[in-house]
Design a protein around this ligand. Structure first.
Ligand SMILES: [Zn+2]
Length: 211
């Protein structure tokens, strides 16, 4: 009898702890991880006049941070300056900072300068809606850009349980995109579009936590 009481008590405590944990998780404000691709010795794609992907994506990522913080969201960047961070360390940061969304920001490169356009990748199915929302906003806000759609691809940084996607904001090597990516106004609108996509995705998260 005594053993039974102990077992029942333990089950009760376990259920209580689980419910409590779920309640806490529901109250949690979403943490957004923005991952500016490349950096340091890894410059990424190199465009006309030696414009580098690593520099452009950092610019855009800092603008995303600014925009989302105005919406009172917590935003962590995997790098804040021109430094090298391994792919594994980028993923680790997502977990260390308890991220809920992970958006990797890149610019494309191609040997053919006629290739231009914006595309967004996801790998885990959980990231598909986020990818679509971001891609929609990007195309809406940059009407001159070609829509290359969303695609599923096994990028290393997308191999995570965190809802994630990787955005290619244009071809640094493309004659059309290159002009856009040099322009501060365009970079701002790209950052706004990615932020809007994130905010739209979060609409059902916890309405009262997001203004
Ligand atoms: Zn890249």
């Amino acid at each position: 009898m005594k053993t039974l009481i102990i077992i029942y008590s333990l089950i009760f405590i376990l259920i209580f702890l689980l419910i409590n944990k779920n309640l806490k998780n529901n109250d949690k404000k979403p943490i957004i991880i923005i991952d500016p691709g490349h950096g340091g010795k890894d410059v990424g794609a190199v465009g006309l006049h030696s414009l580098t992907e690593s520099k452009i994506v950092l610019d855009v990522s800092l603008k995303i941070k600014e925009k989302l913080e105005k919406k009172r969201l917590t935003v962590i960047l995997t790098r804040y300056e021109d430094e090298y961070i391994s792919l594994l360390d980028r993923l680790k940061k997502g977990y260390i900072y308890d991220g809920n969304l992970f958006v990797s920001v890149h610019a494309n490169g191609h040997k053919n300068s006629n290739i231009n356009g914006i595309e967004t990748f996801y790998f885990m199915n959980s990231g598909k809606i986020l990818a679509q929302k971001i891609q929609n906003q990007l195309i809406k806000k940059s009407k001159n850009s070609i829509d290359r759609g969303i695609k599923k691809k096994n990028f290393f940084v997308l191999r995570t349980e965190i809802v994630s996607c990787l955005v290619e904001i244009g071809f640094i090597t493309g004659t059309e995109d290159y002009k856009n990516l040099l322009c501060n106004k365009h970079k701002k609108s790209v950052a706004d579009a990615i932020s809007e996509g994130v905010l739209e995705y979060l609409k059902n998260w916890k309405k009262k936590l997001i203004q």
